[in-house]
Design a protein around this ligand. Structure first.
Ligand code: HEM
Ligand SMILES: *[C@@H]1O[C@H](CO)[C@@H](O)[C@H](O)[C@H]1NC(C)=O
Ligand SMILES: *[C@@H]1O[C@H](CO)[C@@H](O)[C@H](O)[C@H]1NC(C)=O
Length: 422
């Protein structure tokens, strides 16, 4: 009901302009008013199954041990939540940097790419829910509540597999993530567009203007980020840079869409100054730290190249866990420094604001947001129908809701977030 109401007010745009929407997993195309042309899609497109690397020798993440316990997070359970330690620990050969090979999958997330390059996640990039929950705690000291929420969003939004609990951190590896490709259909992985991945990223292209390359590091964009931040990747500078990227997409991308899932982009931007800073550098979000995590290499001529992402040498992680409450505070602060309209570019060159989703009203988040709308900001993305394109709704399946109820809802119940299945 909720999604239908929302749709009727968004559907002022002709659907033919966005034929690809109906092709997206989880989009209920019966909601379209006009018959929708099918997109010419093949497995060979960038990020698709035909070009996705295949490593026949899948090795799970190297577990933490009693000798090198980190936060002692194992099997998807809460760890100690006490950071301020060096990662990888001196002498822990199992978690030293190992460059990815041509058969290993990497994707749009520098934080997960770096974790995989240090074997905190499976090195081939086919990871499990538990590995994601453990690695975020052991490496970055992400709080347990946020670690499970992000892992669940990764699995449910991008169609990881809810039976095997596996997810590709990049391209479509359905043959390895799915318990039954015939039953599940394709599982696009984190490269999947307008799911977790969105337009106006920090260092990744928008999907459509770049013919589907929304996941590779783009040195020009990294250069823009450095021009704006000048070696200080803090809240204020990233708010400014996120605003510039939004304006760039608005000007250059006729299919630009900035929906509720874009809230995750503000969260990811906060990771530069909350999760990446090095205790050995006084926790400054400085250029050396950020380039190492992003794999950015200064070519010395004003351009930036790319090498695999890694954890900086002698890196010491943050002391206190980075919780759901912390990230939500940063998302709202960064947004409110440079508020923009949520919505999308229309065929006639205009822009339609998104009417309402959770804290978003008339395309904006008000500075007076409070209560459960704040605490549950990200939880709602996992449990409600999310407008994922101008006229497309990503509706969680019953399986996805069951998954979230068993893994994530217990952490969020006492915040007053509605349980998805009651
Ligand atoms: C299960 C947990 C996680 C998942 C599923 C995930 C997934 C993603 C995805 C899909 C993107 C692309 C968003 C976009 O720009 O369109 C992204 C971006 C990003 N992620 Fe993660 N992420 C996770 C945890 C982390 C952690 C722990 C870090 C820690 C440093 C991190 C750092 C980043 C950064 C900095 C970006 C922005 C990259 C850019 O825009 O250039 N992520 N993540
Ligand atoms: C990198 O980003 C710039 C600026 O958006 C764009 O012009 C360029 O085509 C991108 N490069 C690649 C290789 O995608
Ligand atoms: C890391 O620590 C070791 C031992 O303290 C030291 O020899 C080395 O120079 C340090 N490296 C960096 C990049 O700080």
């Amino acid at each position: 009901m909720h999604s239908l109401l929302l749709l009727s007010s968004v559907l002022t745009v002709t659907t033919n302009a966005f034929p690809f929407v109906a092709e997206m997993q989880g989009v209920d195309s019966s909601l379209f008013r006009n018959p929708v042309k099918r997109q010419q899609s093949g497995g060979g497109q960038d990020g698709g199954p035909d070009t996705c690397p295949f490593n026949a020798n899948h090795k799970p993440a190297a577990p933490v041990t009693s000798q090198y316990p980190y936060n002692n997070a194992k099997n998807g359970k809460p760890g100690n939540g006490k950071g301020g330690f060096q990662v990888p620990a001196a002498g822990d050969t199992a978690h030293q940097y190992t460059a990815p090979g041509p058969n290993d999958i990497r994707g749009p997330c520098p934080g997960l790419n770096a974790a995989a390059n240090h074997n905190f996640l499976a090195h081939d990039g086919i990871v499990t829910f538990n590995e994601l929950v453990d690695a975020q705690q052991n490496v970055y000291n992400v709080g347990y509540d946020l670690a499970v929420l992000l892992a669940a969003l990764g699995l449910t939004l991008t169609d990881g597999d809810l039976v095997t609990e596996k997810l590709s951190i990049g391209c479509d590896a359905t043959t390895r993530t799915s318990f039954s490709p015939i039953l599940t259909g394709s599982e696009p992985g984190l490269d999947g567009h307008n799911k977790f991945e969105s337009d106006a990223s920090l260092t990744r292209n928008d999907y459509f203007p770049a013919n589907g390359d929304n996941f590779r590091f783009n040195g020009t964009l990294f250069g823009y980020m450095q021009d704006t931040c000048q070696g200080n990747f803090d809240l204020n500078n990233l708010a400014e840079y996120r605003y510039q990227r939004y304006q760039q997409s608005l000007a250059e991308n006729p299919n630009f869409y900035f929906g509720p899932l874009a809230l995750l982009l503000y969260g990811a931007a906060s990771f530069l100054y909350e999760l990446m800073p090095n205790g050995n550098h006084g926790y400054a979000p400085d250029l050396e730290t950020i380039t190492t995590f992003f794999g950015a290499v200064n070519n010395g001529d004003g351009t930036w190249g790319h090498v695999p992402e890694r954890i900086p040498d002698n890196w010491t992680n943050r002391k206190t866990p980075y919780t759901n409450n912390d990230v939500t505070t940063q998302i709202l602060e960064m947004y409110l420094l440079r508020p923009v309209l949520f919505g999308g570019a229309t065929a006639d060159g205009g822009f339609d604001a998104l009417p309402s989703f959770g804290a978003i009203k008339d395309g904006k988040i008000s500075s007076t947001i409070s209560g459960p709308n704040t605490a549950c900001l990200l939880f709602q993305l996992a449990t409600q129908s999310v407008p994922s394109y101008l006229n497309g709704i990503l509706t969680p399946t019953l399986d996805a809701l069951n998954f979230v109820t068993s893994k994530v809802a217990p952490q969020f119940k006492n915040l007053g977030c509605p349980s998805p299945l009651t």
